[in-house]
Ligand binder design. Structure first.
Ligand SMILES: [Zn+2]
Length: 50
């Protein structure tokens, strides 16, 4: 099989455990981790894990 390039998938994503959060202020859903998670959209700490 000839190499045509672009077929080499390198997964460079780090294997980190990300939790799904939702901001109760603006409703934004995002991935977060750690103890203090804030909304990346409105910087509110009023978020819940979903
Ligand atoms: Zn928000």
């Amino acid at each position: 099989m000839c190499s045509v390039g672009g077929g080499d998938f390198n997964i460079e994503l780090e294997q980190v455990e990300m939790d799904r959060y939702k901001c109760k202020d603006c409703g934004n859903k995002f991935d977060g981790m750690g103890e203090k998670v804030i909304c990346p959209s409105c910087h509110s700490a009023n978020v819940i894990r979903v």
